[in-house]
Write a protein of this length. Sequence first.
Length: 363
Amino acid sequence: MARIIMLIDLDAFYASLEELRRPEIRGKPVIVCVYSGRTEDSGAVATSNYLARELGIRAGMPIAFAKMAAKGKDVVFLPVDKEYYGAVSDRIMDIFGDYAERFQQVSIDEAYLDVSERSGGSYEEAERIAREIKERVREEEGVSCTVGIGPNKFMAKMASKKNKPDGLTVVRPDDVPAFLNGLPVGKLHGIGEKTAEELMGLGIKTAGDLASFSLPSLEERFGKNKAKLLRERALGIDDSPVEQKERQQLSRIATLKEDSSDADEIMKRLSELCADLRKRMEKLGVSFRTVTLITIDAHLKMQTRSETIQEKDDPCAALDNVRALLVGFLKDENHKGIRRVGIAVSNLSYKEKKKEQKTLFDY
DNA sequence: CGACGTGTAAC
DNA sequence: CCTTTTACACGTCG
């Protein structure tokens, strides 16, 4: 059966929430940042509102660059408050849940809704539902969102990119080719910088080029699986279901005050991170079997060392294993120093229904 | 096949 | 002078 899928994206979510709770900053460019604590301005932009985007300030940009771009302007820099945004997000996701047969939260500010039945297969009805959701979110939480509607998740996502913020774009099955064909391959969701460059090298500039490129040649370059994926993207095909997935991994990374290769020093930081992870794991009711040490050096190269051990529910109980991984790493990679360190746990098992684990798992 | 490490991508 | 978190695919090794 044909499906109708919706992707809802909360507009400049962090910045919008800051504007809501701080009326005095409304009407100004707002930049919400992750400060690393290394120097005054080290860190990166998490989200900027649309006024800040007009100044060229975007997510991912170093804070120092953003400050340059903002020089002389009346702009507001704020640190992220993930807990607060998460609480609001949970409430909004609950609203979404009211309208969907199936629901999939993909991040703190994005979710897919399968409304095939609810809409009775009608795109007009799906659009009406979208308007109702937008209105409720605005009424109840004061933020705007952008909706894309299409025959699958990929097309819903592509539709949503068309018109932001506060947008609503519908792409019917018949309109898919016209919608995609002229787009540069790099604009296709799931095709990043590296892949786009490789495609360029083959003379493939647009989705149309990609759709008509010989499959065997694609397979030669990218392997069977990725070639298939690329072709499907170009054609707007995506059969993946809307379904909430269980978390596979939790991690926590931090930037060291200065580059270090001193195991004791680094372990101090790692044990703090473990304590943080423990809290999150308790909330979710999970245990793990694999622990991973994450390191990032001065050139921002990331490396990992992991070990699978007896099942544990407290990452702090695996700190000896982490230390061993770290010592081994420092030995065989004789580094100038580590800039950032982190720890991840994976190979998770979920214990019985922990009571009310937040919206994610109510589905 | 499971474990491990890297690369790519997105938010 | 460069953040954080997660997922997934793929190659390799034993």
